[in-house]
Design a protein around this ligand. Structure first.
Ligand code: S3P
Length: 168
């Protein structure tokens, strides 16, 4: 007997600091399903921190590891809420994989809130140097990158709970 394909995963996309990881955990609780974090999967699979992968192997290699981790997680037979890294949407292949059997939600936030949130964590390799300048530059470069989502939620003036309930 063939096993039926599971219902959709929920995939959270969005720029760094828009709350994907926090929202994914609470949303998974509400939906009573598992959760996965692609950055964490990359670290587990590669045995190296994200910053170390960027430093030792470069961004292109990181993106390959990201695609491999995403493919593995999306292949899970259990429905999951999946938090992706902010750049996972840059690959057309990744976007196609996400759309295959998942509900894709883009989280956005006001740039100043993003800057405040990411400034708490200095480990992000793409935000070294002048964080404000880097955030504005990357936001400009990626301004259309998240538009393929089924739903976009601006988290700026919402609590995590409100964001989760909106998605649900
Ligand atoms: C990246 C975002 C990061 C991480 C890596 C690259 C990006 O994830 O995958 O540093 O290109 O925007 P978060 O969005 O979880 O910070």
């Amino acid at each position: 007997m063939t096993k039926e394909k599971p219902l959709h995963h929920v995939v959270l996309i969005g720029f760094m600091g828009t709350g994907k990881s926090t929202v994914s955990k609470q949303l998974a609780e509400l939906l009573k399903c598992g959760t996965a974090d692609i950055d964490a999967e990359i670290v587990r699979r590669e045995g190296q921190a994200i910053a170390d992968i960027f430093a030792a192997r470069g961004e292109a290699d990181f993106r390959l590891a990201e695609t491999a981790a995403l493919a593995e997680v999306l292949g899970s037979s259990d429905p999951l809420v999946i938090a992706t890294g902010g750049g996972a949407v840059l690959s057309e292949r990744n976007r196609a994989m996400m759309l295959q059997d998942s509900f894709v939600v883009a989280l956005t936030a006001d740039p100043e809130q993003i800057i405040a949130r990411v400034s708490e964590d200095a480990a992000r390799p793409l935000l070294q140097g002048d964080v404000r300048e880097r955030v504005y530059k990357l936001l400009e470069d990626r301004k259309h990158a998240y538009a393929f989502a089924h739903l976009t939620v601006d988290t700026s003036d919402l609590s995590v709970r409100q964001v989760v309930e909106l998605i649900e």
